[in-house]
Write a protein that binds this ligand. Structure first.
Ligand code: FES
Ligand code: FE2
Length: 408
């Protein structure tokens, strides 16, 4: 984030704090049809048209530092994926499906393959670039068999700093184009190192889960002794970017305010400077959130298991600590965030249940909650005419999407 953007956001925080009504011309957002969160058929469409086609966060290079290190990835029930670092240190992704009889090549969540990947069923072997290089008992296969047709099937894989993203679709924009303004606005944080992975599965739709984190209207009720004392929701500034992404800045309360240093260290940009004064977070569509922490951020992944079960994975992302275990205060941060997450999640299953009530038209979003409406609107943008008429969300925020980070 450049300094101009940081100053623009500071100024807008003051505008937001002072207003006593939504800005002139902001629409009265209609209820979001509740069936969007409860209908298995709607969710099947989302899996096919969104999760099979979007760039999805798949981990970080910190997890596989050496050539031959791999992790396997199967969070979205669409075929297991293997992510491996090659001899050239490049990270690649493949479907973790052996081209012999379809076994998963490796069943461990992570490990070291050495110089070859060996399938755990009949030991077909592949090099680290996915090329089939060894078939035991070759005399039983036809001499006409073209081995090159049985290489591992690649999955698109690109890096944003140290973060790995994959995309099951061969079509669509590259990662930098997809992330748009987020790519550079949040660039300072892209090489920080994740630790303290935690996971929990909630009995609710993935958007019920995410939408609890893209507004802070709830903090005085849900987080009276935690988050509420650290940020002032009245000053919230939200920005919509293309491809469904959004940014939210919430100013810190005076007791939590840290002025940026008079002399900015050389690697500080506006985003790092602003962090002491406010909580800067992004929603990377579809399923990644980055609420800020004291010197880094919390990375949150949301993985739909089905229409009403969602896995929430959290990481504490902070400066690299070098060898050995992360510093003790990173664990302290993880424990604190667990308390916050308990507060946020205790309502989710009840909301999911309550959304089934025939009495309820659907969530009614205020101006402050407009990121929720934007998320829903973008879902419909991708599903198009596939959305049944009674579940549609009108694109009322379409003319508020900006192509630059330096806008609100
Ligand atoms: S299924 Fe992989 S070697 Fe047979
Ligand atoms: Fe919360």
């Amino acid at each position: 984030m450049d300094m101009k953007t940081a100053q623009l956001l500071r100024d807008q925080i003051e505008v937001e704090r002072k207003r006593n009504a939504p800005p002139e011309g902001f629409p009265d957002l209609p209820p979001i049809p509740a069936g969007r969160y409860t209908d298995p058929a709607f969710h099947a469409l989302e899996k096919r048209e969104i999760f099979d086609k979007a760039w999805l966060y798949a981990g970080s290079g910190w997890e596989i530092p050496n050539a031959g290190d791999y992790k396997s990835f199967d969070n979205f029930n669409r075929g297991p994926v293997l992510i491996i670092r090659g001899k050239d240190m490049k990270i690649r992704a493949f479907y973790n499906t052996c081209q012999h009889r379809g076994a998963t090549i490796t069943r461990e969540p992570c490990g070291h393959a050495g110089s070859r990947l060996k399938c755990q069923f009949h030991s077909w072997t592949y090099d680290l670039e996915g090329k089939l290089v060894g078939i035991p008992g070759p005399w039983d296969f036809s001499p006409d068999m073209d081995k090159s047709k049985h290489n591992l099937k690649p999955v698109r894989c690109e890096m944003w700093g140290e973060h790995i993203f994959i995309n099951l679709s061969p079509d669509g924009p590259d990662l930098e184009t997809y992330l748009g303004p987020v790519w550079s606005d949040f660039e300072w944080a892209s090489r920080l190192r994740p630790s303290n992975r935690r996971s929990r599965v909630m009995a609710c739709n993935w958007r019920v889960a995410i939408e609890a984190f893209i507004e802070v209207y709830h903090i005085t009720t849900i987080h009276p002794t935690t988050v509420s004392s650290t940020i002032d929701y009245r000053g919230t500034v939200s920005t919509f970017f293309p491809h469904g992404h959004s940014r939210m800045i919430v100013p810190n309360t005076p007791s939590n305010y840290k002025a940026p240093p008079d002399e900015m260290p050389g690697d500080w940009d506006g985003g790092r400077a602003l962090r002491g004064e406010s909580n800067v977070s992004y929603h990377v569509f579809p399923n990644l959130l980055t609420p800020a922490g004291p010197s880094g951020y919390i990375l949150m992944e949301f993985w739909p298991h089905d229409h009403n079960h969602t896995e929430i994975v959290t990481w504490i992302v902070e400066p690299d600590w070098g060898e050995g275990e992360p510093p003790a205060d990173y664990f302290t941060r993880a424990e604190y965030f667990d308390v916050v997450l308990d507060e946020d999640t205790w309502n989710m299953e009840h909301i999911q249940h309550s959304l089934l009530s025939p009495s309820f038209a659907g969530p009614k979003c205020s101006y402050h909650e407009k990121r929720i409406y934007y998320l829903e609107q973008h879902v419909d943008h991708l599903l198009g005419d596939l959305v049944p008429e009674h579940l549609r969300v009108a694109p009322l925020l379409a003319d508020r999407i900006v192509n630059t980070a330096c806008a609100v």
